[in-house]
Ligand binder design. Structure first.
Ligand code: G6P
Length: 610
């Protein structure tokens, strides 16, 4: 979703801005733009399309050599992707330019008021109203104009603001959307995400809610929304942000698929010591707290929600506590039975997903303690949770998540087993046995990845299909949900995931000659049942690819057209293995269809609007 960058320093701002915007491309966007201040003049360019379109348009243009600038990648919400709707937006005076991430919910009211006062608007966006209102509040002191305008905005906003009367400074504002500052030597940066400037500096400071900053090349001052100065600490990032180049792969997605063994290792190794799970960073997540927990609620969006669905099996089986899993965007609008006896687990790669953050706040409001399973260090969800479990998967660039999904899943197993040990709901030998399997996961995933060519061959047979149904039971159904999402989001082929037992209640009417059905059949206890379901769809003309476990590979080859197998491990951990061939199948199908795999249309990696 929208990305913000800004620079003030001694070097050419536009070359930093373009480079930094490219680092934020992973968030998903449809247009990009920059504004640079040179000798008290604002120069602005914005283009629909990829950053290279902007880069090309900039060739030979003068006025962009200044040392202060703001940049933006836009993911359209209000108004179609177009040059005019792209950011930066300016006020009528032409002196002020802004970039915005978030949504100004009351923008129509503000816009109508401004129109009555004679202000002209050129775009359909909510963001233009920010530029217009600041512009109309401006009487020579830009900081004061921003401060006066802020209380009028309802909704979420991270802002970068540039004013041609102050060519040596930028103002940053944060409410609900992420914003981080980077401190260099005689140059400073702002961005939606550290990855935009991590090659330039590792000294950072995140703006908290309702904070703003005045940034110059050699100084930064922080304020609250009342304009009172506040003190904030600069921290040095000592964790591995991860590499954001493709490392020889054609796509980030394949690189990240292949990184899964090491990502899972990074998640689990630091937490296992001498046969025990050690969660040092989870202070107070101890017996005293856990003995009062009566229920676990898992909340997330997208693939992280699918992790929640898959984790329920391990959480329930091991902790013996009731577990509910719900989409964050739905959770808030019911009256969920959540109180101080509820452990709310929020799963999020980015740690910024607006619905997940809102659900976290709702859960806390109702008295629950919140554990965040998050990849991005210091993100909003991590900052607001009571207990933070970092997945340490490293930066994930492809919009379609793979390694973050796998690390999240491994994290939930560790949490489940850790809690079960404290609550004494598993025996010592079961604990050891399960922990061994968790430690084996990286190796077993590696083994599956060695067989990726086989999946490529299967994808070549089926990539031209128009409809795909993923069927499974139990944990396999949870894996199907992720497989189907992965497949449709990057291949643009329609697909649906069904609990295999439900097929007969309607969906089977869609099965016809040549329909591809992908059956996930790894849970041995349910093997006969899913085999019957495969027979039922094949009897109606479907072709079937099955994912199963090694001991069942021959048996299933009597019913399925193509079979791929993974190692046999306890069913609660099988999602970690079964998902891998589905990721590969999605990747290869999209590749064969010539799709934009890392940046699928309309999608964003970090969804910071509700
Ligand atoms: C977007 C991403 C998905 C992700 C979902 C939730 O839709 O494309 O890959 O699963 O957001 O994001 P989160 O950062 O909260 O895991």
């Amino acid at each position: 979703m929208c990305g913000i960058v800004a620079y003030v320093g001694k070097n050419n701002a536009s070359s930093f801005l373009l480079r930094a915007l490219e680092k934020l491309e992973y968030r998903g966007y449809d247009s990009a733009g920059i504004a640079v201040c040179k000798e008290n003049k604002l120069n602005l360019i914005k283009k629909k399309g990829r950053i290279n379109v902007l880069r090309e348009a900039l060739q030979g243009l003068s006025g962009f050599e200044g040392f202060t600038g703001i940049g933006h990648t836009r993911w359209a919400t209000h108004g179609e992707p177009s040059d005019v709707n792209s950011h930066p937006h300016t006020g009528n005076s032409g002196k002020i330019a802004i970039v915005h991430n978030g949504i100004i919910e009351n923008y129509m009211v503000l816009k109508n008021n401004l129109i009555k006062k004679g202000v002209n608007f050129s775009s359909e966006t909510d963001s233009e109203v920010v530029a217009a209102l600041i512009d109309s509040s401006y009487e020579g002191d830009i900081f004061e104009a921003v401060r006066r305008a802020i209380p009028s905005f309802e909704g979420s906003f991270a802002l970068g603001i540039l004013c041609s009367d102050f060519p040596d400074q930028i103002i940053a504002v944060k409410k609900e959307s992420p914003l981080v500052l980077g401190f260099g030597d005689g140059e400073n940066y702002i961005a939606s995400d550290i990855s935009a400037f991590v090659e330039d500096t590792r000294n950072i400071c995140r703006l908290n809610e309702n904070e703003m900053a005045l940034i110059k090349a050699d100084s930064v001052s922080f304020y609250n929304f009342k304009g009172e100065k506040i003190n904030k600490n600069i921290t040095k990032i000592d964790w591995n942000v991860g590499s954001s180049d493709k490392g020889g792969f054609e796509h980030f997605m394949m690189k990240e698929i292949m990184e899964q063994p090491s990502a899972i290792r990074e998640t689990i190794s630091p937490r296992i010591s001498n046969g025990e799970i050690v969660l040092k960073s989870l202070k107070n997540f101890n017996e005293e707290y856990l003995k009062n927990v009566k229920k676990i609620f898992v909340i997330a969006c997208g693939s992280s929600y699918h992790v929640g669905l898959a984790s329920r099996f391990a959480l329930e089986k091991l902790t013996k506590l009731p577990v509910e899993v719900e989409l964050a965007s739905e959770f808030r609008y019911r009256s969920p039975i959540v109180d101080e006896t509820t452990l709310l687990i929020v799963i999020s790669q980015s740690g910024e997903t607006a619905d997940s953050l809102a659900a976290l706040r709702e859960g806390k409001r109702r008295g629950a303690k919140v554990m965040a399973i998050v990849n991005v260090v210091g993100s909003s969800i991590a900052s607001e949770a009571d207990f933070v479990f970092y997945t340490w998967a490293g930066i994930e660039v492809a919009v379609a998540t793979t390694k973050a999904y796998s690390s999240q899943l491994a994290s939930t197993y560790l949490v489940a087993l850790y809690v079960s040990k404290i609550l004494k709901t598993v025996s010592e030998s079961t604990f050891k046995n399960y922990l061994n399997y968790i430690e084996l996961l990286p190796e077993l995933v590696e083994k599956i990845l060695l067989g990726k060519e086989k999946i490529y061959e299967i994808a070549k047979k089926y990539y031209q299909c128009d409809n795909v149904f993923f069927i499974g039971r139990g944990v396999d159904y949870a894996v199907c949900m992720e497989g189907s999402l992965k497949f449709k989001e990057i291949s643009y082929i329609h697909s649906e995931a069904y609990a295999a037992g439900e097929l007969k209640h309607g969906t089977i009417s869609l099965i016809e000659s040549g329909t591809l059905v992908i059956a996930v059949a790894t849970d041995k206890r349910l093997f006969e049942k899913i085999s019957s379901n495969i027979r039922e769809v094949k009897a109606r003309g479907a072709v079937c690819m099955a994912i199963t476990i090694e001991p069942k590979k021959e048996e299933i080859s009597y019913v399925a057209n193509d079979v791929f197998f993974v190692s046999e491990i306890p069913e609660i951990f099988l999602p970690s293995l079964a998902v891998i061939p589905l990721q590969l199948f999605s990747y290869y199908s999209a590749l064969l269809r010539g799709r934009d795999i890392d940046k699928p249309r309309n999608l964003a990696k970090s969804v910071t609007v509700e």
